[in-house]
Design a protein. Sequence first.
Length: 447
Amino acid sequence: MLNASVGMQRALGRLNPTRGIAASAPVRSRRRSLRLAIRVRLRRALTSRLVMSAAVPLAVVLIVVAASVLSWMPGSTAGGDPVGGPQGDAPGPRMALGGVFGAGPGGTDGNGPSGAGTSEGAAPAAVAAPATVDRLAYNRPGPRSVDSPDPAGVIATAAQAWPVLSDGTLVKPIAVTTSIADGSYLLKTYKVRTGDSLTGIANRFGVSMMTIWWANHLKAAADIHIGQTLTIPPVNGVVLTVREGDTLDSIATAYHISGQKIYDMNGLEDRALVIGQTLILPGAVEAAPIAPRVIKSVPKIAKTTPGTSGGTTVRPPAHYGGGKFAWPVVGGNYFISQYFHAGHYAIDIAADYGTRVVAGGAGTVIFAGWKSNGGGYQVWIAHGSNLYTTYNHMSAITVGIGQSVGRGQQVGRVGQSGNATGPHLHFEVWRGPVWDGGTRVNPLLYL
């Protein structure tokens, strides 16, 4: 029994070594390690619980942020329908201006009221649209304010008129601004001043008077007035506005000039012409440049004894009184546009249309009217001593056959009747009957 009691006490002593016996150094070390381990486990447990309690709200925040980001992306969808789709129940479609995303009304692209949109703009609500829409109307020039961003109603009707991408974006076409090359940039302008005449203006710019006449669609020299602005072409020719059906070849054929000259002169970039295009036709001549004036009726002179040619019976003077002829063109600006030479047996005196034409010397009118010899309306005068003068291309005749005229007396007005380019007087001096055995001599010998 004694041994059994001792054994029990030893066993209890091992289990509780601190009772009655001082603890050894190894025991104290194990105790400290145990306490440290318990503290570490408690801290880990507490940290784990704190992390778990904070994870839920953090996850909620992340989900909200992700949803916000996805809601702004063009590829987001809801309920299987495209966002902003023109056929769905979602808000109206966004706009892509020529492939670049822009804002609808209220956006920051300047097309909506201030503060009414976001960086890409909120699209307008769906609006009933007509069946057809002018797709370029939105780009046409015209007043546009922030209060009226869509004057043509194009944005509201775009859902039916323009292509729609799979993400609901409307693709709005861009109106391309183009310029057509033509000759309008070569034209100059001139304001008529006191003392100006068409001939003087033409000389100033180095072109023919008829070039200015045609370019300004004048009907008479009196059509110009002080302060009037005239169009001045750069070269002799015609200024033409392209009409429906015109082609480069047809214009060149009609005016008997080279199509390549037209192309080069106007700096064209395409041989296809556009209605309304301005072309300068270098060297061209209008087929009917100036409508002839109505010839005034002149008194018929009673026939006398047989005299000169021309199918009339008038008596010319027997002798020429002598002296130099008067200059046959009076008033306005005039100049000799062509001198006497082989093949041109006269002098051409260019002057304003309607300028007075006078007799070079005293004599008798032996012909006054139209002749199909290229001279158009003309007057012939017999001066005596077998000397004659003729006045051709006139626009008006103011004398009659058989009428006696004095030196410097008016016989007609400058024109361009017959075969003539530009108004001028074709003045001839004959020794011998006109077109009946006579010979033309240089008029400057008598002027």
